[in-house]
Design a binder for this molecule. Sequence first.
Ligand SMILES: [Zn+2]
Length: 309
Amino acid sequence: MKMNLCYLFVEGMLVLLTITAALAGTQTVRGHQAALLIIDVQDCFLPRGSLAVSDGDQVIPVINKLREDFKDAFSLVVLSQDWHCPDHVSFASQHPGFNPYSVVNLTYNADGALCHGASVPSNFPYAVDCSNQPGSKLRVVQQTLWPDHCIRNVTSGGTSAEFSPLLTMKDSDVVVRKGYLCGVDSYSAFFDNGGFRQTELNGILKEHNIDLVVVTGLALDYCVYYTSKDAHALGYKVLTVTDAARGVAPGSTEAALEDMKNIGIELITAADLEGALQDPSKGANPGSFSFYLFVALGAVLTAFLVFKS
Ligand SMILES: [Zn+2]
């Protein structure tokens, strides 16, 4: 009788633990709540776009497959959207005498307002006079000047801000716009380039209790890089998927990869994602070696108890 009670107790516990592990595994990745971040996969950055990234379209099938293969692992999918004014400060067209891809210094006051200066003409509508402000209150931000791109509400042509029609999108996806202030650029999907203001992205991730982000998209050496860095600085575990991203230029891409690696961001390929999501310190997921080991041990223990009784 005593042995039967012992058997029933252990058997019951094993069933409960197995069901708990199975249910947990469908919602979390080894105890993490994961989000997929798809950065700026928009017409303007794709072939025929005004700021086309070489082979930028090749990220689309990789990202779509990640969504499909890991649909139970991602609690949330966020798409960032570069969303500029037609006369945005990052456009070379707004800086007389400067060509695309040249780099200028932009000055901002303590409130984050753009100041008139050498590369910002006095008639630029989104700048203010900072001549009466002490230099210690001003902040200089380096800005690469780009061809006009990703203009808000433009839905066709090279400057279209639309997401690629080939990209899988769902009603549950969250879109976070960035770069919408005319006087400051925003490579990161979290903060503008001066660090003056943040988007809603961090708040959305916190609302969903996300603690791990998988970063993909365009461009690897700018928006993917700065989004990954800010996510890491904000305390998220960051996996940046290099074959689900492409860079603007080889030199800056190499430097971005090196920097990300040095600060502890995990650089992986899509094929590595399943392994990279493993964290042996967390619970067991269905399909994993430890899950099957757990079930096997339970079966052996149960058989032993049945045999003894
Ligand atoms: Zn932009």
